[in-house]
Each structure stands twice: as structure tokens, then as C-alpha cells.
Design a protein around this ligand. Structure first.
Ligand code: COA
Length: 256
């Protein structure tokens, strides 16, 4: 097993398993997790032995709790640079040459949810919970705003983005977010079994299937989201929402 940043990289036959491993922060997208995701996906793409990558989270409680809220910078230039870098990481599964399966245990919130939907498939443990909770911080997600409507339909995407409430594994399956729901203790085995089935198919045809279905998913539509993020951060509601999270209290948003 290799340690790439805060991500464990393990080869299991034709499958690379990336385990996000900062459970004390619910595997939020810290510098170490971000570096490990990029490095791990690149390594898998460059290794001829590997056919499929599985991403999962260490610690049982979370797949990934999203952006590292403790490290947000309110300066617009820094915020924009941060957001571009973060989007590059959490959309990396979509750009990877080989199929990526997210095996989601527990919480997949914010950027963690986006990382999962940027994968080709999500296998969810019964305990999995998916949410776009940024609204509770006075901000918005970038990638989910662009893609979620295609997956769950526009109204449900708006509901998830405007309320920020979590959906459970079964509902996520009904909504088309998740491919299958499995018992918690069978999650990795089921994800590996699914990965093995894909790994036994002709490799180039599989990679081309991924590219064909992802055609047209360019980067241009992300521009609006990217430039919206630093703008939202200048609003008093975002400062209040983020301060409230850090201080572990309920936010008091502008009531006017
Ligand atoms: N960034 C940084 N740290 C995070 C985090 C994040 N996105 N999500 C959780 N953590 C940290 C908490 O601050 C806490 O650290 P502490 O023990 O040093 O205080 C630790 O992870 C455990 O989280 P906690 O909130 O105590 O767990 P919980 O079970 O009560 O709640 C959540 C779980 C997911 C509901 C809650 O952590 C949460 O709302 N996280 C933020 C999710 C989010 O908004 N993501 C999008 C960010 S743009």
C-alpha cells in the first residue's frame, strides 16, 4: 500500500483502491486528500495493470464531508484560485481515462457528494447520506450546480441545493444518483465485485464508453460557478454561515 498525501493507494488485482484517510475531519477535502486524489487517479491511469479505480472513505462514518471549511479564505483572488483548484480535484474522476467507482460509506456532503457524482458509478452503503449543504453556509457548490440537474432533474436539484437536506441511500438510488445499495459491511466487497466485472470487459471499449457518455462535459459551464464562489463569499451571510460552522452554533442569516 502507498500513502499519497492523505490517501491510501492499494492495488487489488486490476483494481486501484483509493481510501480517503483523514477520518477526524470526516475525510474533508484537505490539502492532503486533494493531492492524494489527483495523484492516485493519475497513477491508476498510467498503470497498465489497472482497469478500474474505486474511491472510498476511511473510518466508517464518512466518505467525504466536502471542502475543508476550516481553511476558507475570504479574499476574492485567493477564494477564486482555491475554488478552481478544488473543482479540478473533485471533477478528476470524470476526466480519468479509466472508470471510477465511488464506494460511499456514511456522509457524502458538498465536495464529497460532487466527487462521488463525478465518478462513473456510485455504490452506496445503507448508511450513506448525500447532500449539497453549502446553502447552510451561505454559499453554493460548483460542480453540483452544473451536473446535478442532469442526474435527478432540475426541480430535485434545486430542492437539494436550496434546502441542503440529506437524502438517504435508498432515495439516492431511486433518484438515479446511486447504482446500487448494499449492506455497510459488504460495501468494499460489492464495489470490488462490480469493478471486477467492468475490468473483465475489453479495456479500450470500456474507456471509450466512458468518453462517449461524458462527451460535451467540458469545462466552460464551470466558469459561472467558479466566478460565483468568490462573489458569494463577499456576502455577510457566507461570513456568518462559515463562522457559525467553525464556532459550532446555528447561523443567524440576514432576515431582511
Ligand atoms: N471541513 C472541515 N472540517 C470538517 C468538515 C469540513 N467540511 N466536516 C466536518 N469536519 C470536522 C468537524 O469540524 C469536526 O472536527 P472537530 O472534531 O475538530 O470539531 C469533525 O470533522 C467531526 O465533525 P462533526 O461536525 O463533529 O460531526 P457530526 O457527526 O456532528 O456532523 C456533519 C457531521 C457532516 C453533518 C457536519 O460535520 C457538517 O455539516 N460538516 C460540513 C459539511 C459541509 O457543509 N460540507 C460542504 C462544505 S462547502
Amino acid at each position: 500500500m502507498l500513502r499519497l498525501g492523505s490517501v491510501n493507494y492499494e492495488v487489488r488485482g486490476k483494481i486501484a483502491v483509493l481510501t480517503l484517510d483523514e477520518p477526524n475531519k470526516l475525510n474533508a477535502l484537505t490539502i492532503g486528500i486533494r493531492a492524494g486524489i489527483l495523484e492516485g487517479l493519475k497513477r491508476a491511469d498510467h498503470d497498465d495493470q489497472i482497469r478500474v479505480t474505486v474511491i472510498t472513505g476511511a473510518g466508517g462514518k464518512a466518505f467525504c464531508a466536502g471542502a475543508d471549511i476550516g481553511n476558507f479564505d475570504f479574499d476574492p483572488e485567493k477564494a477564486r484560485a482555491f475554488f478552481i483548484e478544488a473543482m479540478n480535484v473533485l471533477t478528476a474522476p470524470e476526466r480519468a481515462l479509466k472508470p471510477v467507482i465511488s464506494a460511499v460509506n456514511g456522509i457524502a456532503f458538498g465536495g464529497g457528494f460532487e466527487l462521488a457524482i463525478a465518478s462513473d458509478f456510485i455504490i452506496a452503503a445503507e448508511s450513506a447520506r448525500f447532500a449539497v449543504p453549502e446553502i447552510k453556509l451561505g454559499i453554493l457548490p460548483g460542480f453540483a450546480i452544473v451536473r446535478l440537474g442532469d442526474i435527478v432533474g432540475r426541480a430535485k436539484a434545486k430542492e437539494m441545493s436550496m434546502l441542503g437536506d440529506p437524502v438517504g441511500a435508498e432515495e439516492a438510488c431511486r433518484l438515479g444518483i446511486v447504482s446500487r445499495v448494499v449492506p455497510d459491511d459488504a460495501l468494499l466487497a460489492e464495489a470490488l465485485a462490480f469493478a471486477d466485472r467492468i475490468a473483465s470487459q475489453p479495456r479500450l471499449a470500456v474507456q471509450m464508453a466512458k468518453s462517449f457518455y461524458n462527451r460535451g462535459l467540458g469545462g466552460d459551464e464551470m466558469r459561472h460557478a467558479i466566478d460565483g464562489f468568490p462573489f458569494l463569499l463577499t456576502h455577510a451571510d457566507a461570513r456568518e454561515g462559515i463562522a457559525a460552522f467553525r464556532e459550532k452554533r446555528a447561523p443567524r442569516f440576514d432576515k431582511k
